[in-house]
Design a protein around this ligand. Structure first.
Ligand code: UDP
Ligand code: MG
Length: 316
């Protein structure tokens, strides 16, 4: 296919946070994939999410040898989802692929995505298959998250979907129109519609470095994922309230019975304390849930930019 010199067919966006040991190999494997696909008009956009190692230097080094390597440098660490958003905002391709920098998402799969896109798919998402290369704890916690999210979310999130996907320009533009301060692409993208095709893949082991998702980051990610796409947790208080009102009514009947027909009315201190503490705990949780949503409204109302770019190699 002939193309204008400034026409880009495929953009690959890569959130990068302290991935110095992965960049050279990733680019090498991407290059092999591009040439196997016969794609010549492409760009790789590394979004350096405030790395403190040599990641950016390595990217710049690669760029000095290959002008298709581009980068955006964040002013600090904003997080994976915002790096993805920045990539989508700056990508120029007719299709955009997002993948992790650590080679867990095999770059070779892009060839399959690209072929599906050429055949009319507008969104190609991936499903993680064999989970052996992922730690036990991560596997179990991911399972629990998808179970919970799918109970609470308005639109189910398919288990094992990661941020490894191809999006047509139409899809990218649709995502760019969402002005959400907190972004959970995995929950948002399935709701968009379009012609979606899923493919399976086996994730590889992380090539170099360590996971950037600590337990607390994963916990935040899960809370954010659920509360950014669903208001259902807010209704929890109604159900719990009803449940406890019923219990209280039954217990009230029992207390009246004790007072009227027995002489044991003063006992029951233990059950009183236990129920006060328990109900107090439930109330804390519910106030916390309301607080999360209130906090989200507060952040959204400020309309702050969701990321800040310090340096940018893309001139347009
Ligand atoms: N990442 C990022 N910012 C962060 C955390 C992670 O850009 O704050 C990038 C990271 O460099 C990698 C991708 O997001 O390319 C996925 O992170 P990681 O591999 O650590 O997550 P895991 O695969 O363990 O879930
Ligand atoms: Mg990884």
């Amino acid at each position: 296919m002939e193309h204008k010199p400034d026409h880009i067919e495929l953009s690959v966006i890569i959130p990068t946070y302290n991935e110095e040991g992965n960049i050279a190999l990733l680019i090498q494997r991407l290059e092999q994939t591009m040439s196997s696909m016969g794609c010549t008009a492409y760009e790789y956009i590394f979004i350096d999410d405030g790395s403190t190692d040599q990641s950016l230097e390595n990217i710049k080094q690669a760029r000095s040898e290959n002008k298709q390597v581009q980068y955006l440098q964040f002013s600090k660490n904003f997080g994976h989802q915002y790096a993805l958003k920045a990539g989508l905002d700056h990508a120029r391709g007719a299709a955009v692929v997002s993948l992790d920098a650590d080679l867990q998402h095999p770059p070779e799969l892009i060839a399959e995505m690209y072929a599906l896109w050429k055949n009319g798919a507008e969104l190609v998402y991936t499903r993680r298959q064999d989970q052996q290369s992922i730690g036990f704890f991560k596997r179990k916690s991911a399972k629990l998250f998808y179970w919970l999210a799918n109970r609470l979310a308005e639109v189910p999130i398919e288990e094992g979907t990661a941020d490894f996907r191809l999006m047509d320009r139409k899809v990218v533009n649709a995502i760019k129109a969402f002005k959400e301060a907190d972004l959970f692409l995995r929950g948002l993208i399935p709701t968009l519609g379009f012609k979606q095709v899923g493919i399976d893949y086996i994730p590889a082991k992380r090539h170099s470095g360590q996971t950037k998702y600590s337990f607390s980051k994963m916990f935040q990610f899960a809370i954010n994922g659920i509360t950014s796409s669903s208001a259902k947790p807010l209704y929890l208080s109604i159900y719990l309230g009803l449940f406890f009102a019923c219990l209280a009514f039954l217990y009230g009947c029992y207390a009246v019975y004790l007072a009227l027909f027995t002489s044991e009315a003063i006992t029951g201190w233990t059950s009183l304390i236990a129920s006060v503490l328990f109900i107090g705990g439930i109330q804390m949780i519910l106030i916390g849930i309301a607080g999360i949503y209130l906090g989200k409204l507060f952040v959204q109302s400020k309309q702050r930019p969701t990321y800040i770019i310090k340096a940018n190699s893309i001139h347009d």
